[in-house]
Design a protein. Sequence first.
Lengths: 280, 280
Amino acid sequence: MIVTIIGLGLIGGSLAISLKEKGLTTHRIGVDLSAENRQKALALHLIDEASTDLAAAVRRADLVVVAVPMDAMLTVLPQVLDLVEQQVVIDVGSTKSMLLARVAGHTKRGRFVAVHPMAGTEYSGPEAAVSELFDDKTLVICDADQSDADAVTRVEALFSLLNMRIEYLDAAAHDLHTAYVSHISHITSFALALTVLEKEKEEQQIFALASGGFASTVRLAKSSPDMWVPIFRQNRVNVLDVLDEHIKQLQHLRQLIDEEDFSAVHQQIRQANLISKILK
Amino acid sequence: MIVTIIGLGLIGGSLAISLKEKGLTTHRIGVDLSAENRQKALALHLIDEASTDLAAAVRRADLVVVAVPMDAMLTVLPQVLDLVEQQVVIDVGSTKSMLLARVAGHTKRGRFVAVHPMAGTEYSGPEAAVSELFDDKTLVICDADQSDADAVTRVEALFSLLNMRIEYLDAAAHDLHTAYVSHISHITSFALALTVLEKEKEEQQIFALASGGFASTVRLAKSSPDMWVPIFRQNRVNVLDVLDEHIKQLQHLRQLIDEEDFSAVHQQIRQANLISKILK
């Protein structure tokens, strides 16, 4: 299977590695606007060939993976579908409603399967690509009924072989749930970093005192704005909704601490502890 | 060296393991109000002997470690100092101002060295104790000038042998900086867990979709209220101050997203990214 990967970053690159390692591809063509990224991807053996000819790269492929930031995705995906015959096309994007509206009614809509691998790190670019990023994680397939059955079957088989669990959601539900369990984590992490950078002028003290707990909650604050701003833009309504709830929860805790109602704080923490029943 | 450890939880237990592994103790006496914790600590080989006789356990020790939650600390530490002759006593508490005020002027104040190992996990109890918890972490010694020089020297030597970096702060500065880099992380994590538990009624979706990023930011929400409520109580003023700043940052991001001022969001995220210069 020849795979063309458009966008040689964390997700595109990691997928390129994983497909190769599992013996699922014979040839990987990489397309990226950045010459530096193409060079890096070749040097890191993420791809077998770099191309600047999108049409030829799509034409030669059996599978086309579009792994660009969500703002570019809105233009690149329709472009790719314009070029497609019987190839299967997937995106790997973090928001779906706006994207799927953009390609609704496209004559090649059936060849496209909208997927979101729930996996990532705070790093970006070809050098961030890692083996086994997708192992034991969830792949969400959105609006599967809009895709040709053979294309869905092929995508299911492929990601199952990457050891992913497959879930099915419609685009609206996907965008709602990812606002809860992914987008809000990034916003709180960015805000936490800004808080500490604002309040703690003695950087040496942050460095010396910060333990694993702080590093863990603030880790996502290293994430790329080029990736995340388009996600917040496209999932704005859900993100605002969850953010409102989160600010409300923080204000409630603040009020209880301010009023020294520590038995209520205790109760709130016990409630928060229930998250351990859900997460491992 | 005979070590008496009062409070056989995550920190007391981990210290017991580390001291033994480094060959720094010949005998470890464990004191805990909970018979179950004493039994577990014996079974897990965290201690060599369990005792319910605080006076005898302190009398026989060369080093006394008080590792109880901060509310109990306020009564246990003065009790221990009442029993002390020439032993060295350390706490391992997360807040210092209130505690040090409590023992100021005690005739044995000099035997006490206030330390805070900046290390922990979201788990608690004897079974949470792990080897190498303190390895390559920072130990803060507070108000070292209030302790006898020989006691400070001994504590410095001991924790250096556990491969900890030593920093010196006065109690007020300690409480301020830990509010920034430790206490606030826990509050945001509790609030995030409450947000998701409140908004996301379909627990199966949290479980299926939550990736590493969410798990990382919400990890601390598993932390024990029995440990954290006394910390928030004793460091209330600093915690409220940092919490106000954090809510302000979240409201600012919320406003920018609401107004669709995404170039400003981009700028904020780039600012937040600076945290990676400080943290590894």
